[in-house]
Design a protein around this ligand. Structure first.
Ligand code: ZN
Ligand code: ZN
Length: 261
């Protein structure tokens, strides 16, 4: 029996569609052992539509801790999906050290003023190779800050199906190596299946590279609806096993533990 955890979940506190309670009930029904909430926070003025304001953190944290007590039949974890914004490490550090988080998901949505996931318009007429290289560099830079425990959807830049013509194995090698050196885990994020990409992040072609480098992994849904909790997890676990992973990362109080599949 696989010990199922789902640490990447959005509720009405950011851009998800239901309250945390609804997700907890759905997770219990599906046999998930640990559910973790990870609302979006991005220190960008443009982010207000899909993000939780940092001022909301005390109230959010209090609620999740209360739900933890209210639902002893499941482990309720406290996280956040905190956008990496270059040169904002001071404010980011203040956020991660001010609350009793179990883990911090580090994601890159922004390249400059725009987010890579909003629409295909971001890519049209641009040098896709350069965008990929810059994106991978940003994710590696984020991993190096020490702010994060789990790197979220590490190749989100694939979302709209644009990709460089040339081989980009070296970008994934660089990423796997950076994750290992800076001791961060990555997620196999199943939500790409619900996007134009129709695949997981990161690209399954390169999963063996992460296994070879000994990078810790967890499987997350990035659910914005309760019905998507644990979505495609059986495929995800099989894929990881096929690619040389034998264990997955679980988190508590920002400590990582490994559990065999
Ligand atoms: Zn994200
Ligand atoms: Zn997310």
């Amino acid at each position: 029996m696989i010990y199922r955890t789902d640490y990447h979940i959005h509720t009405t506190w950011s851009d998800g569609k239901e309250t945390p309670e609804r997700y907890i009930r759905a997770a219990i029904e599906r046999g998930i052992k640990e559910i973790g909430f990870s609302e979006h926070i991005a220190l960008m003025p443009q982010g207000e539509q899909w993000c939780m304001k940092p001022e909301k953190l005390p109230e959010y944290v209090e609620l999740i801790l209360r739900l933890r007590k209210q639902f002893p039949e499941i482990e309720v974890r406290l996280g956040v999906e905190l956008d990496y914004i270059p040169n904002r490490e001071k404010q980011l550090t203040e956020i991660v050290t001010s609350y009793p988080f179990d883990y911090i998901i580090g994601s890159v949505h922004y390249m400059g003023e725009e987010t890579v996931d909003l629409g295909p318009g971001f890519y049209i007429g641009k040098n896709i190779s350069q965008i990929f290289e810059n994106y991978f560099n940003l994710v590696c830079e984020a991993a190096s800050t020490g702010l994060y425990d789990i790197m979220g959807h590490p190749d989100l830049v694939r979302i709209h199906r644009f990709r460089p013509d040339e081989d980009i194995t070296h970008l994934y090698s660089m990423m796997a190596s950076a994750f290992k050196i800076h001791d961060v885990a990555f997620e196999l994020n199943t939500n790409g299946m619900n996007k134009p990409l129709h695949d997981f992040y990161p690209d399954k072609k390169y999963l063996t590279l992460f296994a070879q480098h000994g990078v810790a992994v967890c499987v997350n849904s990035d659910a914005h609806f309760p019905s998507r909790i644990g979505q495609y997890f059986d495929e995800a676990y099989d894929l990881l096993k096929m690619n040389g992973f034998h264990e997955m990362a679980v988190f508590k109080n920002r400590e990582r533990y490994m559990i065999p599949f």
